[in-house]
Design a protein around this ligand. Sequence first.
Ligand code: FES
Ligand code: FES
Length: 210
Amino acid sequence: MAEHDPQHQGRLTGHSRRDFLRGSSLAAATAVLTGPAQAARDETTLAGSGPTVLSGQVKITLKVNGESRQCTVEPRSTLLDTLRNRLDVTGPKRVCDRASCGACTTIIDGDPVYSCTTLAVSCQGKTIETPESFGSGEKSVPHAFHQNDALMCGYCTPGFVTACEALLRENPDPTLEEVKRGLDGNICRCGTYIGVFRAALAAATAKKGD
Ligand code: FES
Ligand code: FES
């Protein structure tokens, strides 16, 4: 199957969105070791110009769904844990917890990212969006999922909705093949792919009227 540019989902390259999602998580983890870590309250800087090491409890500020939210986390805390357990943002779901299924997908600075393998401290200064911010009006992605029976048990649904939202922002008029590629970082164990793809195309059509 042809695959696309991880940074620009509509373009074809040698990487799938699954590769990109994994890469984003690794990049985020690396950022924790090399970034300025300005919000670290308890930090020790290694001699010379080495990486900043965070330890203990770290006070962080995250911009979630347009709101500035503060909390205290351990440096190892994932964005998924922080959203769900510290900030009561429960749209992203924990299913595999190992960057395989996409149920925890969030949009970070416009890109779909697995929050279960992204460190919360690396998300400071970035824009984080979850399904809670997508609305439920007739032109929304959640409405299209509802109207097209795009779920059964629902465990995967928030992740698919989020990935679909990110896809349609990048490519407002996707073909079916582009929808399949755009959502290939998400897995549905119930096999509702036909409904999901139909919902994505329906949402694209509805949004054209915006
Ligand atoms: S819970 Fe994050 S990818 Fe499955
Ligand atoms: S609807 Fe059950 S896992 Fe997708």
